[in-house]
Design a protein around this ligand. Structure first.
Ligand SMILES: [Fe+2]
Length: 399
């Protein structure tokens, strides 16, 4: 079960909840089946079972939970063999992505709780690819922010694409690295009030943060961090990770930089220059590198490597403007509040976006633990600005 913390779920509960979500939305909602387990809703409906009570439920044991998941999967296979059309298909797509989200949550929960890295999952980061410093110019222009019906499966908060006007901006080719973040730490940045907004300073004071949460005092002049159960050297050219929005913001103020808005992030990731290069084109790419589906050449996704790789890696994944690793490796905090797009209305899974508008910041791009299904550049992830347990770093713009 693990300890009760506001940022994690009990592990056994979370696994059962994934099966419940599949069953609820596909077998019951689409096919009208009756519940496989009588009290499943009272155990695993995240909309009604309060977070802090999830440790006290009368859950089936481990075999019982996995048995439930197997039965759900079996029934789904039977239904899918008979064929699922149109509207029904949506709920399968939703349940698969919901499972992806919880798989990533379990990955960072294992880090939070000091559990070992899962055996036989992903590779260790590859040989050093190095740093990738510098900015690129992105021209201004009018472009469509958000998803369209042509984008396939989309979440309610991505609907629908609407015009936004962007001024020209300069954005980093890569996310901020451990080496770059270490300079701020060593300059005493965590103790300088003026680098932090009011809420950020309150977080820092309360957490008594002096450096990113998993960093340990230097050993023999080298920064190290606690990764799962061990202590490892920090890769200087890998992106800084497990920093919250306030830490990203403070680094920016210290460095004289700023976070991109989500509209800027999206333009840098999938926008293209119009002919002549002085304006943004109307169109967009599906992925930063074009329309090809993500492969192991493009991005660190789907647990390819079980930690962030250096920021210079994956050159085949560069965007039209030369930004690298916009997808995969680490989520990137943006400056933007998580807000509904104009004309928003909630999809059937009503609690997905709506309860969180206004209290979260938007992250884009996906991490090494995100599925390629979810890590589309248009996907809007969102967390409160104090969360430093998610696989997130940041990229910056020139002021
Ligand atoms: Fe969930």
């Amino acid at each position: 079960m693990g300890p009760m913390l506001p940022i994690v779920n009990p592990v056994l509960w979370e696994i059962g909840h994934v099966g419940w979500f599949h069953e609820f939305w596909t077998l019951r909602h689409v096919h009208g089946a009756s519940p496989l387990l009588e009290h499943a809703d009272a155990l695993w409906n995240s909309s009604t079972v309060a977070h802090d009570t999830r440790w006290d439920l009368d859950l089936p044991d481990r075999d019982g939970v996995f048995g439930f998941l197997s039965r759900v999967l079996e029934r789904q296979h039977e239904s899918l063999e008979r064929g699922v059309e149109g509207a029904g298909r949506y709920y399968y797509e939703l349940a698969i992505r919901h499972e992806d989200m919880h798989a990533e949550a379990l990955a960072y929960t294992r880090q939070t709780l000091r559990y070992p890295s899962p055996a036989d999952l992903g590779r260790a980061p590859a040989p050093r690819a190095g740093a990738w410093p510098g900015d690129v110019d992105v021209p201004g222009g009018r472009r469509q922010l958000g998803s369209t019906a042509a984008d396939g499966f989309v979440f309610d908060n991505e609907k629908w694409a609407h015009a936004v006007e962007l001024k020209p901006f300069r954005i980093a080719k890569a996310p901020v690295t451990n080496a770059e973040f270490a300079v701020f730490v060593e300059a005493g940045g965590y103790r300088v009030r003026e680098f932090w907004c009011e809420e950020g300073w309150a977080w820092r004071e309360q957490a008594r943060a002096e450096r990113p949460v998993y960093w340990l005092p230097k050993q023999d002049g080298q920064w190290v961090w606690r990764r799962h159960t061990g202590v490892e050297a920090l890769a200087p050219d890998a992106p800084v990770v497990f920093v919250n929005w306030h830490e990203a913001q403070a680094w920016c103020r210290w460095a004289g930089r700023r976070l991109p808005s989500e509209a800027e992030w999206e333009a840098a990731a999938i926008g293209e220059p119009a002919a002549g290069g002085t304006r943004l084109a109307e169109g967009k790419r599906r992925w930063p590198w074009g329309d090809a589906r993500p492969s192991s050449r493009h991005a660190n996704l789907d647990f390819a490597h079980t930690a962030p790789v250096d920021v210079a890696a994956f050159s085949a994944g560069d965007s039209a403007f030369g930004c690298r690793q916009m997808v995969g490796n680490v989520w990137e905090w943006t400056a933007s509040d998580f807000l509904p797009f104009p004309g928003f209305s909630a999809d059937p899974y009503e609690d997905y976006s709506q309860p969180w508008f206004g209290t979260r910041k938007v992250l884009r791009g996906g991490s090494w633990a995100t599925s390629a299904r979810l890590a589309r550049p248009l996907y809007r992830n969102f967390f409160t600005p104090d969360r430093n347990d998610v696989i997130a770093g940041f990229r910056t713009c020139a002021v």
